[in-house]
Design a protein around this ligand. Structure first.
Ligand code: FAD
Length: 405
């Protein structure tokens, strides 16, 4: 293998380049992405960055790292075409680059809502540093922010904006917050917290459209039965769509994401896909999923690198995730969607919460709030061949620590 080309310079793409060098690859590494500047991490965009505006701290590494490690990095360049027969990629600057192996780490883009008014000034979405800069500049004491979508990113911004003195309303179409990914106990905990911070949370409420003023700026979000909520800024945070189109146009198999096997190989063995853009078989049943998390992008990148270096190992990592909202750190080990039974335990002062989630008596995930030690133990627990049963966890004297004693 002489030349690895990595398309997409976010979390996964950067990790492939860094791990190739760290693990001794001595061929050429070309990493390119369509955003300007050096590769950076996204999680702080909806957390510290909105408060501090410190973009330097977002960078994975400074420019020296790429020089020292002989990683050729091209920013502001989009992949336009993959020629599988010639094993070349074409970029929007007209350049063509050959590859022995191509890694697609193209991430995802924000889902646009099919409602009127999405193009008014003041309607924002958050995915990139440029988006975060706009949101940060717009948030100010007293202005009214309407967040459409009560998921992780919308709620992180809601908490930060409320702390900065904005009047914040969150519209969530389902009957609880973060409903796609957390248990009802966690949803209830965060609902109470956001309300205590002064956020007006409207559950079961659909945004029907965004109304503008005569200067083309967003002025209000229309909800049910003719009602509307005044808005200076609207943040639409309604999920993401994986970037699969270029792979699909090249005849690579796509199924929700760019479909890969448990070694992260696409339907073309010379091309891998990782991170937010890839769908892969998960768990014992091999159900097809796509994960949108730092852990997944990093571990899948490492999985590809090991295979390219001649040590293939099926991808089999315990998923984990976090979200910081006001003073509350939510951490999730495993995947808890689809649980049919939950065991929730709060500390006496209510500051900490741990929820064990089961499906058919099998522990599938553990959600914690402000309990990082429990989270770390849960990650180990879920990697065990035999995790505790529902009966064991329900027992009054159940102690996570005792499992490892
Ligand atoms: P990305 O990091 O998105 O990188 C993909 C890159 O490819 C992007 O730079 C994109 O512009 C580029 N690209 C796309 N198309 C092309 C093209 N045609 N040519 C060239 N380049 C292209 N995860 C957590 O685990 N915890 C968190 O707390 C958390 N918070 C988040 C907060 C925010 C605001 C966001 C947006 C995401 C957050 N995530 C979080 C998710 C996490 O950042 C992603 O799952 C992770 O970045 C995925 O890595 P990736 O490499 O697959 O995609």
């Amino acid at each position: 293998m002489k030349r690895v080309v990595i398309a997409g310079a976010g979390q996964g793409g950067f990790q492939v380049a860094a791990s190739l060098r760290q693990d001794g690859f001595d061929g050429e590494v070309l990493l390119f992405g369509d955003e300007p500047g050096l590769p950076y991490q996204r999680p702080p965009l909806s957390k510290e960055y909105i408060k501090t505006g410190n973009a330097e701290r977002l960078l994975f590494r400074n420019a020296d790292f790429f020089d020292k490690n002989a990683i050729r990095y091209l920013d502001g360049r989009s992949l336009t075409t993959i020629d599988r027969a010639d094993r070349t990629v074409e970029l929007d600057d007209g350049q063509t680059h050959g590859f022995d192996h191509l890694v697609l780490a193209l991430g995802a883009r924000n889902r646009r809502l099919p409602i009127p008014g999405m193009d008014f000034d003041g309607v924002m979405q958050l995915r990139t540093l440029a988006d975060a800069e706009r949101i940060r500049a717009a948030i100010a004491p007293g202005l009214s922010l309407v967040v459409i979508g009560g998921g992780f990113i919308g709620l992180e911004i809601a908490a930060t904006a409320a702390a900065a003195g904005a009047r914040v309303t969150v519209l969530e179409a389902t009957d609880r917050l973060m409903s796609r990914v957390v248990s009802p106990a966690i949803s209830a905990h965060f609902l109470a917290m956001h309300q205590a911070c002064g956020v007006d949370v409207r559950l079961g409420t659909m945004a029907r459209g965004i109304r503008g003023n005569d200067r083309g700026r967003a002025a209000a979000v229309e909800i049910d039965e003719g009602a509307s909520i005044e808005a200076d800024i609207v943040l639409v945070s309604a999920g993401i769509v994986p970037n699969v189109e270029i792979a699909e146009a090249a005849g690579i198999y796509v199924q929700d994401g760019i479909r890969v096997n448990d070694l992260m190989e696409t339907s073309d063995p010379h091309i891998s896909a990782i991170g937010d853009c890839a769908s892969f078989p998960f768990g014992r049943d091999g159900i097809l999923i796509r994960l949108e998390s730092v852990q997944n992008a990093i571990d899948q990148a490492k999985c590809v690198v090991q295979r390219l270096l001649g040590h293939p190992e099926p991808y089999d990592k315990v998923p984990w995730f976090w979200s910081d909202q006001a003073a509350f750190k939510l951490q999730i080990a495993g995947l808890t969607a689809g649980a049919d039974h939950q065991v929730a335990r709060a500390s006496d002062d209510g500051a900490k919460l741990t929820v064990h989630c089961f499906r058919q008596d099998t522990l599938i995930g553990v959600e914690t709030v402000n309990a990082p030690a429990d989270h770390m133990m849960a990650r180990k627990l879920l990697a065990l061949p035999q995790a505790p049963t529902l009966g064991a966890v329900e027992a009054k004297d159940f102690d996570l620590k005792a499992v490892f004693a």
